[in-house]
Design a protein around this ligand. Structure first.
Ligand code: GLN
Length: 250
């Protein structure tokens, strides 16, 4: 099998090494003998999502998110919205995640009108939500406990018919109030988890890969990999977050 990944805005949205998620996606397929192509789509680049199986979008600061507006308005936004509706898989992190909703409003009250591809909005609060955190994915996303790092002022509120990616176990998540983290809509995985999130969360990484491959090849289950280092890194993060009962989340 072959997976075609589009890395959207690698030049603008790449906070906390979010680009490392591409390495994890690539390697976990190549180690299984499959082919992967990665196409970067920086600001202003030509290129479409037509032959793309998985779109990755990293995080960015408020001013970086503003830089996207003109490029989105020139057709990229409509193309991304159409790709999501057509079932192309997406992994969107923090600012990239916020971009899929109706708008992001910064602390000064300035509102960036974004895609509206998914029914949610984000408004910055006066206190940043920063720190290591963990959440448990819903069953439809593999059900694993995911460890990561969050740093956002945005409070995301999902529409009534929209599911979070998971439930917060420690930290803030979408807004620090409703217990939800991220979003799961069609084949979109949105999360506030930087880090990058995928290298130390192999179950989530494989879930995203299987979802992206299924659209072209039908349902598939990837063969297990010897994930000793990945499990060790995840266990270290779990011990930090849950010193007394971290084994409950392994
Ligand atoms: N600028 C957005 C916020 O502060 C997103 C931050 C990020 O991508 N880490 O909420």
């Amino acid at each position: 099998m072959e997976l075609r990944i589009c890395h959207l805005y690698p030049d603008v949205l790449n906070l906390y090494g979010d680009g490392g998620n591409i390495r994890a996606l690539e390697n976990r397929l190549r180690w299984r003998g499959h082919d992967v192509t990665v196409t970067p789509l920086p600001l202003g680049a030509q290129g479409s999502f037509t032959d793309c199986d998985l779109i990755f979008i990293g995080g960015g600061q408020d001013f970086e998110q503003e830089l996207l507006l003109a490029d989105l308005a020139r057709g990229r936004g409509a193309a991304l919205k159409s790709a999501i509706a057509d079932g192309v898989s997406v992994l969107a992190v923090c600012g990239g995640y916020q971009m899929l909703g109706a708008y992001y409003q910064n602390q000064a009250g300035h509102r960036c009108g974004f895609l509206g591809a998914i029914d949610f909005y984000t408004e910055a609060g006066d206190k940043r939500m920063i720190g290591n955190f963990a959440f448990r994915c819903g069953a439809e996303s593999g059900g694993s406990a995911v460890v990561g790092f969050e740093n956002h002022s945005g409070r995301t509120r999902l529409g009534s018919g929209v599911s979070p990616l998971g439930q917060v176990l420690a930290g803030f998540g979408n807004n620090g109030a409703d217990g939800g983290e991220g979003v799961r809509f069609l084949n979109v995985f949105g999360t506030y988890s930087h880090g990058p999130v995928l290298p130390k969360n192999p179950v989530l990484c494989d879930q995203i890969l299987e979802t992206a491959l299924a659209r072209r090849y039908g349902a598939c289950t990837l063969a297990p990999l010897p994930d000793a280092e990945e499990r060790y890194a995840r266990a270290a993060a779990l011990r930090e977050l849950f010193p007394r009962n971290w084994r409950e989340y392994v």
